[in-house]
Design a protein around this ligand. Structure first.
Ligand code: GLN
Length: 456
């Protein structure tokens, strides 16, 4: 793995060449869908000539392929956007470039970010960085693996229900899902607008802090983006931390639990208090998520009809054109969500499912807020298991959804949550600990993680 520091103050062209070579040396992982070689070298010359300066001058990164970027197509790992060349770049990418960072490639993901293993990509799965028989996690699997393999020191990702945290945890890197609205969503392919967040992967808490600090801030093109609150913070001493009981049951892998307990010991040695807390409503979080998120997906994906957006199928009539373009363009998981979403929004079921789920979501937010009256941070695993085997969950969507049980709640509440690498299991598989904070306490979570970094 590499850190941002290693690329600062050196030749940007050399940095870009190094990263591109590293990517080319490891094609078997299928972490990247495309390289932006030409444009990256152009940008690098501008950094080397002093035309572009900044806090990330000459630092290479990869963007999940649902960020609109120049230099390579933006496919969302789908058929329908396979040949889509973006006319503009996402605000997050523009901000990184303005500080001198250089996008060298586009990272693999589950098609439209629907999934938790990167097996839903039409370009084939990404392999886990530590064990090639296992999944990378998802949906931002390519970004996590590119970071874990040391191709780049950081990568962008999107997290709607765990897509940054879970692959970060499966590959042993940091993953940040910020407070909803921290980073502009403009120019990022939408999944579920009320929980979509833009974040990053990095190999240290300080690097993650720096990248988030650069990307954060209000954007006139995203009405939900927040005024910049992201300030690099110092760790507060003597914090009160709650370990979530519902995430430490017998159903959770023993190795995962041990890593969490070991991390708790580190926090205690650093002078923080850790107590068990209970959030009974968490058992409904997955049900809320898989009603609300598909509802928003069905609406957001309506634009990919072969007319307004997306690859157009050959068809004789307009209705066939819509039907065929969408049938060819989406993978099964996309279609499943469009159908569930349309169902829960239909007139007969709107009150029974969608409204119910939104009400429950309010109760979930209240339950978290209640605990934050007493606790600074809540903690638990990111995922009930380490990275599972390729193909293990693909035939059973419900099993795949269950892997999201620990990440969806912070998404529904809009609260920041980060995945911090903890001790690996006895088999050597990475495990991530999830730190959850109050809205806008992102930097505090990173500061806490940093303060116990390396104290294994
Ligand atoms: N695995 C979750 C899902 O399939 C999360 C996806 C995401 O955050 N993009 O919905």
């Amino acid at each position: 793995m590499t850190t941002i520091d290693e690329y600062l103050g050196t030749s940007a062209v050399a940095n870009v060449k190094r990263a591109i070579q590293a990517a080319k040396d490891k094609p078997e992982y299928n972490a990247l869908l495309a390289l932006c070689e030409e444009r990256a070298l152009e940008q690098a010359s501008k950094v080397d000539s002093g035309e572009i300066k900044g806090r990330l001058a000459g630092v290479p990164f990869v963007a999940k392929d649902n960020f609109l970027t120049f230099g390579a197509p933006t496919t969302a790992a789908s058929h329908i956007l396979k040949d889509f060349n973006a006319p503009l770049q996402a605000t997050a990418i523009e901000k990184l470039e303005a500080e001198g960072a250089i996008c060298i490639g586009k990272a693999n993901l589950d098609a439209f970010a629907h999934g938790g293993s990167t097996e839903n990509s039409v370009f084939g799965p990404t392999l886990n960085a530590v064990d090639k028989d296992r999944v990378a996690g998802g949906s931002s699997g390519g970004s996590a693996v590119a970071t874990a393999l040391g191709i780049v020191p950081f990568a962008t990702g999107t997290d709607t229900g765990g897509s940054i945290r879970q692959p970060a945890s499966f590959n042993g890197v940091y993953g940040v899902k910020p407070t909803y609205g921290t980073v502009s969503r403009f120019g990022v392919v939408a999944m579920a607008s009320s929980t979509d967040t833009i974040g990053c992967f990095a190999t240290s808490a300080s690097d993650a802090q720096l990248v988030m600090d650069v990307m954060a801030g209000r954007d006139a093109r995203d009405m939900t983006s927040l005024p910049d609150f992201f300030e690099i913070a110092d760790v507060k001493s003597g914090q009160k931390i709650g370990i979530i009981k519902e995430f430490m049951t017998d159903d959770v892998d023993a190795g995962v639990k041990q890593s969490v307990i070991q991390y708790v010991d580190r926090l205690k040695s650093a002078g923080h208090t850790v107590e068990e807390v209970s959030l009974p409503i968490l058992k409904y979080a997955l049900a809320m998520y898989y009603v609300i998120v598909p509802a928003e997906i069905s609406s957001n994906l309506a634009r990919y009809d072969g007319v307004r957006y997306g690859k157009r199928a050959d068809a004789g009539t307009l209705s066939d054109l819509y039907g065929k373009s969408r049938n060819d363009g989406f993978v099964s998981e996309n279609k499943r969500r469009i159908m569930i979403g349309s169902y829960v929004l239909s007139s007969g079921y709107f009150d029974a499912y969608y409204m119910q789920a939104q009400k429950a979501r309010t109760l979930l937010i209240n339950a978290f807020n209640e605990l934050f009256n007493t606790y600074d941070v809540l903690l638990g695993p990111v995922s009930p298991t380490p990275a599972f085997k390729l193909g293990e969950n693909t035939s059973d969507p419900i099993k795949m959804y269950l892997a999201d049980m620990m990440t969806v709640a912070p998404s529904l509440t809009g609260m920041p949550a980060i995945s911090v690498p903890a001790r690996a299991t006895d088999e050597g598989l990475p495990v991530g600990v999830q730190l959850i904070g109050q809205r806008r306490h992102d930097a505090q979570l990173l500061a806490l993680a940093k303060s116990v970094e390396g104290a294994a």
